[in-house]
Design a protein around this ligand. Structure first.
Ligand code: G1P
Length: 294
């Protein structure tokens, strides 16, 4: 019988150099979109998809992430004293999310970070969510859930993809695939990590969501450093795709590259516009601002 996807891993590697000086003492995953750290959007997508246990691969200077998902007795007492019930509830709900941590000692690449999750996964198929990709969907169909549905139908690994403009292919893992009966789905033949425009087999980019069978771990153990001298998950997935079926699924949703400054601003503006408590006021402000420019 098919094993359910119960566990997810969220790697938090990287120094966040694109957001210096903000990330000098604060992990980039803690930068807020409106008022919530980006990593909390990722964790909430995993939980909304039906994930039961989350492992964060933590590392140097990432302590604030652990503190964020921990209880905060002094803050809770203060909110209680002031009668700020809804804030108190929010703080308690964040601390109730069950998260495990492992530290990656050296930043040797995404593939190495995923390999740190081997013991935690205990031979089960699992999900991967990357913090630089935040995906908005109407409630009910989070991006990861869409991939889990494909896994449940095929029993195979699934890569969450979308088409990116040609000039962006060199920022992503790019898939070479053949069509299947499902128009949103390709069977992966090959993959290349961050190819040049000339090398890229397509514009189908892997965008930070994966469901992977546990066979990946023995492959990762034998994967040599690739692009940028790092152990690449893409290189291991490529080997997996040669051994067993791997699918690329064009997921629905608005995806923001929050690892990029412009992408981060777009996410901030659009999430603020969607907020029931401030969307209308923010929209009025933006309209006034644009009218002044005309
Ligand atoms: C990583 C992966 C890449 C993937 C991308 C998605 O790259 O290596 O294959 O397409 O995430 O955001 P990074 O952006 O961490 O360099």
């Amino acid at each position: 019988m098919l094993q359910k996807i119960r566990k997810a891993v969220i790697p938090t590697a990287g120094y966040g150099t694109r957001f210096l000086p903000a990330t000098k003492a604060t992990p980039k995953e803690m930068l807020p979109i409106v008022d919530k750290p980006t990593i909390q959007y990722i964790v909430e997508e995993a939980l909304a998809s039906g994930i039961e246990e989350i492992l964060i691969i933590s590392g140097h200077a990432k302590r604030a992430i652990e503190d964020h998902f921990d209880s905060a007795p002094a803050l809770e007492m203060e909110l209680e004293r002031k009668g700020k019930e809804s804030l108190l509830q929010m703080v308690r709900e964040t601390a109730a999310i069950k998260i495990h941590y492992i530290r990656q000692r050296e930043m040797k690449g995404l593939g190495d970070a995923i390999l740190c999750a081997k013991a935690f996964m205990g031979g089960e198929p699992f999900a991967v969510l990357l913090g630089d990709d935040v995906v908005y969907n109407e409630p009910g169909r989070p991006a990861l859930r869409q991939l889990m549905d494909v896994y449940e139908a095929t029993g195979s690994s699934v890569l969450g993809c979308q088409t990116v403009p040609q000039e962006k292919v060199s920022s992503y893992g790019i898939v070479d695939g053949v069509a299947t009966d499902d128009a949103r789905m390709l069977k992966v033949l090959d993959m290349v990590e961050k190819p040049s425009i000339e090398e890229a087999p397509s514009q189908m980019a892997v965008l930070g969501r994966y469901v992977i069978t546990p066979q990946i771990f023995s492959i990762l153990e034998n994967t040599l450093p690739g692009k940028g001298g790092e152990i690449q998950l893409t290189d291991a997935l490529r080997v997996l795709a040669h051994r067993e079926p791997v699918y690329a699924y064009d997921f629905e949703g608005t995806r923001y590259d929050v690892g990029d400054k412009l992408g981060f601003l777009k996410a901030t503006v659009e999430y603020a516009l969607r907020r029931p408590d401030m969307g209308a006021a923010f929209q009025d402000y933006l309209q006034e601002l644009l009218a002044e420019e005309d």
